[in-house]
Structure formats: C-alpha cells, structure tokens
Ligand binder design. Structure first.
Ligand SMILES: [Mg+2]
Length: 381
C-alpha cells in the first residue's frame, strides 16, 4: 500500500482538514491547523506531502521522525501542526487497514467513556449563572470559562474582585459534585496571577489554565505554590521536550493539543512523560471532528487522562459547527457529559466529504481578535 494523494481543505469556522488517500482506496483524515494561521500550515502540509506521496502509510513512526527532523530546522506551531494532522490521517489509515480503532493499536482501552467539559461565558465572560445552569441541564458535569476579559497588568482591586466573584458564581451553581476549569488564557500577568490564585482557592476550581503565558515558565514554580489549585497549561507547547519544564515546576495538568503537538504519536509520549511526574492530561481541543476523534482515541488508552475539551457550542464556532462535517454524529453524542467508546476502525469518525469539499470552496480567513487596553496599547487575548 502506498500514499497516492494528499489534499487539504479550509473549513469554517477556523479549521483545516487533510485527506490522505492510498492506492488501495483507504482514506485517512487529519486536522492540521493553527487557529488564525491556517494558510501557513496548509503550505507546510503541501511541502511534507512531497515526501509522503509514494510512501508506505503504515510506517507512521518513521514518517514522524522524517517530517519532524528531516528539514534540519524544526519545531514551532506551523510545522508541528502540519505533522500533527498528517500523523492523525496516517493513524486513521492504519486503523482502517487493520479493521481496528486506533486505541486498540495503541494498547487497548483503559476506560469505557470520556468525560468532557463544555465552554461557558464567552471571551469577555458574562451571564455565567445562566450559562452554567444550561450546561448542567444538558448533562455536563464540568464546564470551563475564561477567568477574565482583558486585564490591566497590575489590576485594580475591583478587577480582581470581579474575577473571584465570577468563580464564586460558577461554584454556587455547580454545587460540590461538579467541576469548573478557569482559563486565564495567558491574558493575566504574573503579578495578577499571584494575587488571584490564593483568592480563588476557596472556589476549588478543577484547575487554573495558563495562569500566565507559557513563555513565562520562570514564574511557574511560584504560581504552583501560590495556592492549592492545580495548574494546567500546554496548548501553546509543541513537543514532549517543551513539557519537561512545566512538569518539573509542579504543573498538575498538561493540555497538549493533538493538532498542534505532533499528533497522536507525540500526544501519547507527552502523556507517558506526564505519568512519570504524577501529572494528568486534559487535551486542548477547540477544533473540529477529526481533532476531537483523535483526542478520544488517545484518551481511551491513556491511564493518566483527566478530562477532554471539545468545541460543540464554543464561542468561536460562528457559522459552522463540529457536527456539520460528520456523516454520523453518534461518536459525538454526549451521555451525562461523557462520550462512549466506539469500536469503529481508525479514528472512529465518518467525515462528510461532500460537506468538507463544499466548505473549502468559500474557505475562511479567521484571525484572532486583537485586543487593546484603554490607552490603546496591545493587550493579550
Ligand atoms: Mg486555553
């Protein structure tokens, strides 16, 4: 069996799919994308496709090594995301070739269902009480929300209080049995994070995510020790190597993205590295159906898995939704906030190819919002 053709498709709201075809008719799907930088990732996939075309698709690890290291210059979000999507598609092909779901090829399932959380509150978190209540009504046992909107680097007492009050509201609605994650989104400065964490401890979030930007890894040990709240991060890290420093700092939850951090192959290794440190993984996934399906395959076979992000109903999904691109929504049907294990071959997702091809005709040009402070200086989004 040889790889005969590789195509890419830009699909709203802000996603990209790749389709890898083999000469005996098996097709694998992947989702290589960096949100807001889809076009450069598409170009990177095209360059990697030059190498992959004509190769045996089952030699995933060898292809991963060549794609990651064979260009001399390596790493970064664009290349790692291109490799990630192609890696997912190769695993999909392998599963279909052997008639097995990918989690069986990775050692078999260690759990029967995957707990997931739903997003609430939007970019500038508002109407938390109503939003959390609606997700409880929908059956979710956990939600995640932004801790704040834009925030001045050394915040006023009122800004800090508002952030704590929002978490208190979420806790009040959730009760003691359900969880919430609080995403600081890298928009909170080290000074503000140190102030906030002890004040939030009483609300007992499941984790605080990206308490500061991951580039400020030097302050991470202090933040780990600033409260008893588990610290989570990792959506902007791209290889197992980059997860070593946070683990050594005492970060409790790693959030690699299966479409940014080298795909199924590398996510497995990041999870194994986390296990050495007693840390959990909670994969980042505000993306489409292939990224979610690939994340689930890893989650089914990973012992130190905590909870899965998913994008259904997320505030970024304007104009298209995850289920728009699947022929059968069953693998993404929630039962009391969890997704059940399926035994379909490959990634266990059936992509609606006609819908993907139609979406690509209009494509998208999604870009991050650019935020400004009151004085017009740049603010982290
Ligand atoms: Mg995040």
């Amino acid at each position: 069996m040889r790889i005969s053709r590789i195509e890419t498709f830009l699909a709203p709201p802000r996603w990209m799919f790749c389709r890898v075809e083999t000469d005996d008719g098996i097709v694998g799907w992947g989702e290589p994308v960096v949100e807001g930088r889809a076009e450069p990732v598409r170009a990177a996939v095209e360059v990697l496709a030059e190498y992959l075309t004509g190769q045996d698709p089952l030699r995933i690890e060898d292809h991963w090594q060549v794609m990651t290291k064979g260009g001399f210059y390596r790493g970064g979000p664009v290349l790692s995301s291109a490799v990630a999507g192609l890696d997912q598609a190769l695993w999909d092909i392998k599963g279909k070739a052997y008639g097995q779901p990918v989690h069986q090829l990775l050692g078999g399932p260690v759990r029967s269902k995957i707990r997931a959380y739903a997003w609430v509150g939007g970019d500038e978190p508002a109407a938390i009480r109503e939003a959390v209540a609606a997700q409880i009504e929908a059956g979710f046992t956990a939600v995640k929300m932004n801790g704040s909107g834009r925030m001045t680097p050394v915040a006023t007492r009122a800004e800090i209080r508002e952030c704590v009050r929002r978490a208190e509201t979420a806790r009040e609605v959730l009760g003691e049995e359900r969880d919430f994650g609080l995403d600081f989104h890298g928009r909170v400065s080290p000074a503000n994070a140190r102030r906030l964490l002890p004040l939030l401890a009483e609300t007992a979030p499941m984790f605080v995510e990206e308490p500061v930007l991951s580039e400020h890894m030097n302050v991470m040990p202090a933040l780990v020790n600033a409260s008893n709240i588990p610290i989570a991060l990792g959506e902007r890290l791209y290889s197992r190597r980059e997860f070593l420093a946070p683990l050594a700092s005492g970060v409790a939850v790693l959030q690699p993205d299966i479409s940014h951090a080298g795909g199924i192959s590398e996510l497995r290794r990041i999870a194994a590295l986390a296990e050495v440190y007693g840390a959990q993984i909670a994969p980042h996934c505000p993306l489409g159906p292939v990224a979610l399906a690939a994340s689930l395959q890893v989650a089914f076979t990973t012992p130190n898995f905590l909870i899965q992000e998913q994008s259904i109903g997320i505030h970024y999904n304007q104009g298209a939704e995850l289920l728009d691109y699947v022929a059968d929504p069953e693998p993404f049907r929630f039962h009391a906030g969890s997704l059940a294990r399926t035994e379909r071959p490959g990634l266990s997702v059936e992509i609606d190819e006609a819908a993907v091809r139609t979406a690509d005709k209009s494509g998208h040009a999604w870009r991050n919002p650019v935020w400004r402070h009151d004085d017009a200086s740049f603010a982290e989004w």
